[in-house]
Design a protein around this ligand. Structure first.
Ligand code: PLP
Length: 417
């Protein structure tokens, strides 16, 4: 990335000598492919073809036994958030277009659905089955939409999940595909956490691969999947790298999507380089491979250790219960709030509208300095309270955080018993 941004570094004495040969070769290739070393010009709005080819090869390697090869022309490489914006703009014309979103939700989706004037149709993840869900509930959500004169257009599935940290089983994924196919709904598979899998009995399956492995007609289900350079071991969120891949999307819809992209004139270049790097990491035999492998394994095994530790610590606090963090970067524990505490929050809420778990989070912050996000910010089953926290901090900070939460919540439980 640095060499592509500042190619003159390669002419400085000693710089090239300090870098692995494959890194220098890669920078030269990217510079050549991007316009003979001039990277500041507008690029294709869907991203440089060489970047989309790198993404297509990555998908083909990841989903090795898929029957349909990914096509670079069906890939738009301009970030994950931008992709969601374009999808919502294209598929929502007004309140009669509905989008099914998982609750607890990731606010990006509700925000963009509101901005585009569409209707949010919630479906609830089930905490009692590791935040899985039952397709029966989906049928109910769709029926309610239809009764209200709303056509379901998109179903958002976040796997691995934010904020719930779940990883769906293949059976659940197949149920989702059948459901989307039967109701003619486009599946929006948010798979930005696909590298972040920790649960011993969970593996990541891409929706693309699941769809293509299903019998006809389900293998023709429309799906748009997302990936990003913000998560995984890369974690370069501000570079805004990522892509969407379109599977079984009608040519006229694809053309409209490209038209919407072209309003931007160009995909951002650094995000494209970051995405190409994520999609074509060093391979065995490259000089940079041993260091890459070491750093990658260190980051992911650290996340896995902390996912297990955080679950264990949270579950050892009276009044808090937490599903295992099977994937992504978050725990979403349930907090038991004594009725007297909830009543006090309700009385205070008359002066200032703050949900009971939001007040709990504010009081936790004031008492301990620990910041968590209240469950009400993500929506949750009525009458339940949660908060979201993350496995990102180093282990010692995480232990300090859980012991502060323990002391704080124990006091609440005793004072309001
Ligand atoms: C589930 C989910 N989808 C999409 C995004 C957006 O990714 P990016 O910031 O790379 O566009 C995030 C970011 O946190 C996320 O958690």
């Amino acid at each position: 990335m640095a060499l592509v941004d500042a190619p003159m570094l390669m002419a400085l004495d000693g710089v090239v000598a300090q870098l692995p040969t494959d890194v220098v070769a890669r920078a030269k290739t990217y510079l050549r492919l991007s316009g003979n070393g001039k990277t500041g010009a507008y690029s294709d709005p869907a991203g440089h073809l060489w970047v989309r080819e790198a993404i297509a090869s990555f998908i083909a390697r990841r989903d090795e036994d898929s029957t349909v090869a990914p096509d670079p022309q069906h890939i738009i490489a301009d970030g994950a958030t931008n992709a969601v914006r374009i999808i919502m703009q294209l598929l929502i014309a007004g309140p009669s277009d509905g989008v099914l979103i998982p609750i607890p939700q990731f606010p990006l989706f509700t925000a963009l659905i509101s901005l585009c004037g569409g209707t949010v149709a919630p479906y609830y993840l089930d905490e009692s089955v590791r935040w899985g869900f039952n397709v029966q509930n989906l049928e109910m959500s769709v029926q309610k939409l239809k009764d209200d004169g709303v056509t379901p257009r998109i179903m958002v599935v976040i796997n691995p999940g934010n904020p719930t940290g779940q990883v769906f089983t293949r059976d659940t994924m197949e149920d989702v595909v059948r459901f989307c196919h039967e109701h003619n709904i486009i599946l929006l598979a948010d798979e930005v956490y696909q590298d972040n899998i920790y649960g011993a009995d969970r593996v990541f399956h891409s929706f693309r691969k699941v769809i293509l492995s299903m019998p006809s007609p389900y293998n023709t289900t429309s799906c748009i999947s997302l990936h990003s350079t913000s998560k995984g071991a890369v974690g370069e969120c501000s570079r805004r790298g990522g892509y969407m891949e379109l599977l079984n999307i009608a040519p006229n819809q694809r053309a409209q999507m490209l038209k919407l992209c072209s309003i931007n004139l160009s995909s951002n270049f650094n995000g494209q380089v970051m995405t190409a790097l994520m999609c074509s990491p060093p391979v065995e035999g490259d000089e940079s491979y041993p260091l890459f492998r070491k750093e990658y394994d260190f980051i992911l095994s650290g996340l896995k250790e902390r996912a297990e530790l955080l679950t264990k610590e949270l579950n050892s606090i009276e009044g808090i219960s937490c599903n295992s963090v099977d994937g992504a970067m978050y725990a979403f524990p349930q907090i038991y709030l004594p009725p007297k505490y909830v009543a006090r929050c309700a009385a205070l809420a008359q002066e200032e509208e703050v949900a009971a778990d939001a007040r709990w989070a504010l009081e936790l912050l004031e008492a301990t300095g620990v910041v968590v996000v209240p469950g009400s910010g993500f929506l949750q089953q009525q009458g339940t309270f949660h908060f979201r926290t993350t496995i990102l901090p180093p282990q010692d900070q995480m232990m300090a955080m859980t012991s502060a939460i323990r002391a704080f919540h124990t006091k609440i439980m005793e004072s309001y018993a």
